[in-house]
Unconditional design. Structure first.
Length: 161
């Protein structure tokens, strides 16, 4: 009852209509094949090569960034509410530079891609790694030889340097 208008008949009888749509002329067939080959060549040359990507550039890297972001929340909260604890200071000295490193690394990969700026991308990536290592070493020294990150921020916030 409801589907009668929606069903197409399997065959239709048309008198006097030639079947010119069923077989294209040779000119159109050749043009279509040439255009199809050109489009496929363009797709192949513009396509990103995904075969050589490793999991570290994909899901594992993304999961590591998210885990680092999640770990940052309780470390900062415990530093605010509990106060200066050496374990929290060492955690902050590790997590904050790594969190910043991942953010800047994403910026370098987005705005200075390897496929366009090969040498500049490598220089910026290795420079960022060097700076991150120096900052982590500086946080380690600050936590072991000075008051620590949490106590320093507390002194800075209250103005009692």
């Amino acid at each position: 009852m409801f589907g009668v208008g929606l069903v197409r008949p399997l065959t239709t009888m048309r008198v006097g209509v030639s079947r010119f749509h069923s077989a294209p002329s040779s000119f159109f067939a050749k043009s279509a094949r040439a255009l199809s080959a050109t489009v496929e060549t363009a797709r192949a040359s513009n396509a990103a090569d995904l075969s050589q990507k490793s999991k570290m550039h994909g899901s594992y890297h993304w999961n590591g960034e998210r885990a680092l972001s999640v770990v940052t929340i309780p470390l900062v909260a415990s530093a605010l509410f509990v106060g200066p604890i050496p374990l929290v200071d060492f955690g902050l000295g590790l997590v904050l530079p790594l969190h910043t490193h991942f953010g800047f690394d994403t910026m370098v990969q987005d705005y200075v891609p390897q496929r366009t700026y090969g040498a500049l991308n490598s220089i910026l990536t290795w420079g960022l790694r060097l700076v991150t290592g120096v900052v982590m070493y500086g946080c380690f020294l600050f936590n072991t030889t000075d008051v620590g990150i949490t106590a320093f921020v507390k002194r800075l916030w209250t103005g009692k340097l």
